[in-house]
Design a protein around this ligand. Sequence first.
Ligand SMILES: Cc1ncc(C[n+]2csc(CCOP(=O)(O)OP(=O)(O)O)c2C)c(N)n1
Length: 563
Amino acid sequence: MSQPNPSTAMARAVIDELARGGVKMIVASPGSRSAALVIAAHEHPSVMLVMSIDERSGAFHALGWAKATGRAAAVISTSGTAPANFLPAAIEASMSLTPLVVLSADRPLEMQGVGANQTIDQKELFGRHVRAFLHLEAADASTDASAGWRAEASGVVASALGVGSTPPGPAHLNISFREPTVPATDDGRTVGEEYPYGIASWHSDEHAAPEPTAADLADLSVSGRGLVICGEGAYDRGRLRSAAARLGWPLLATALSGMRGGEVVASYHHLLADDVPEVLRPDVVFAVGSIGPSPRLEDLVASAATRVRVDYWGRYIDPRRGATKVLAADPALTLEAIAEQGSGTTDWAVVWKTADEEVDRVIGEFLDNEASMSGGKVARAIAGTDWRSLVVASSLPIREVDAHLRGDGRVLANRGASGIDGFISTALGVARSGPRTLALSGDLSLLHDSNGFLVEDRPALVTVVLDNNGGGLFDSLPPARHAPEYERLFVTPHGRDLAILAAFHELPYTESETVPSLVSSIEGALAETNELMIRVPVNREEDQATRLELDRIGASVASALNA
Ligand SMILES: Cc1ncc(C[n+]2csc(CCOP(=O)(O)OP(=O)(O)O)c2C)c(N)n1
């Protein structure tokens, strides 16, 4: 077999090293400078290569897949503005600790700074949003550089997976290529020499898990009323749950924590609408990971005298700057160590659980009797369907799911940076990892990333769109009361017919105006093709009025508890 040209040899070594490091899924967008990388990914036996026209969507597709599988994914782009489109997904990957390898092809040194076409400064393009920036100069046939290529490639994978105390996230490898960028030794534009050396392999390191230290555990008493709040993050759910049970501490869990169901308290959002009721006020709060989106959990944290925040990867999560202790430690091990000191007040968890069930019952009754469709109704309807993964958009969808979903199941959302961008692609990336994926989107989130539907070999996805013709979230924010031209400047109604969008993308489409029809459309699709877009028309004003009414109901349940 003849030797490859230098660009091909380098691309093969890099892609092979990614695969050896566990990167088995790569999303690439078309371009000439990146040709060697794309061809190497296409030819590698253990890599699944997916083509995406749009780099921004492609990166979110890879991100969704990585979030769903817990494994690193990679993206490939050509030079110029192409890799700049990776930035939103890279930021989300950074903040949600998702391993994402970003490969950008670049022009060689002799083409930099001389006005060459499609040539920009790509060095450190993602600034501080990546765990590492590495660069490979264009290969040539005069030196054996393969060990160096493999070292850089395995380094970028290790940085994405998390090395030492650095958490997983995005890592960027910028690679300059000289013509020819296709496997032919001479592609007619420039004569490329053969690369005469072997491309030997390398290996990567593993990270160490943090354990709580004696200082971490000092002053953490079990006397009084303790409460655990579980959010998104890395920790052993089972061990944390049993440690909380041993302590007799109630456990509240966000929809994104993956901890809902059973004895876990889920319906806190409306219960805490007014203030924290005296009977539910904790002395100690142990908050794990990122506990959004309901700001009322932060009120609950603030109401305790001892406020502990803990995150496995040491993310500093204390948005109100009120923590009495912020720990970088394994949350389950830490709570177990606390539980070894004894147990808390016996009937305290029962008080919380009773309140949780009561507020859920009263809210359910109210919504069942309400004629119009609302976000709350849709979230409750979805909760009971047979999805395997539920992917939820930012804005109202995640707030409604967090407020109404009570059962267990895998819920995913881009809440690292809470963008409405890349949503469809994220959901399709999740759907590529397994069947029965259900997405809940707002209409703006859908329109923002409808290019996501253009992805190659599109996985089947059931998408429910809460169509309130614009951004309904703003109705509960200050602009709704204080801004001029509120509708035009904030809500941005578009008046578009989503049926046409679905038809353009050749997606089966339906509309649901009642809960039974929504449930039957979802169940039908999940049981058969897994592919459907369901538009649920929602009146924005009525929906906002319902949310306010549910808050009033929650507050009255809470004040009855105090009585
Ligand atoms: C990329 C990005 N741009 C802008 C925003 C600000 N933003 C937050 S919510 C929202 C409206 C979203 O509308 P839609 O998806 O229809 O959901 P709804 O508010 O109606 O639930 C916008 C624009 C954002 N979070 N992310």
